[in-house]
Design a protein around this ligand. Structure first.
Ligand code: SF4
Ligand code: SF4
Length: 61
């Protein structure tokens, strides 16, 4: 099971995670990122973690 942790305090709403995720799990809502799809779709590529400029995302199995 994949757990996506988002530190909402750190998130600056840049949208990099939205653009990076190949299975469209993120969406910007009220200038913060939000996981909108089922985390079962996550392919554990960690592109979101890498893309985030402020280290707000952690993907754990
Ligand atoms: S690890 Fe990859 S597939 Fe999973 S949420 Fe991040 S970008 Fe999307
Ligand atoms: S890449 Fe990081 S800072 Fe940018 S919207 Fe996503 S979680 Fe927020």
């Amino acid at each position: 099971m994949v757990r996506i942790g988002i530190d909402i305090e750190k998130c600056i709403g840049c949208g990099a995670c939205v653009n990076a995720c190949p299975v469209s799990l993120y969406k910007i809502v009220n200038e913060k990122t939000k996981v909108v799809g089922s985390t079962e779709k996550c392919v554990l590529c960690r592109a979101c973690e890498t893309a985030c400029p402020v280290g707000a995302i952690t993907v754990n199995e």
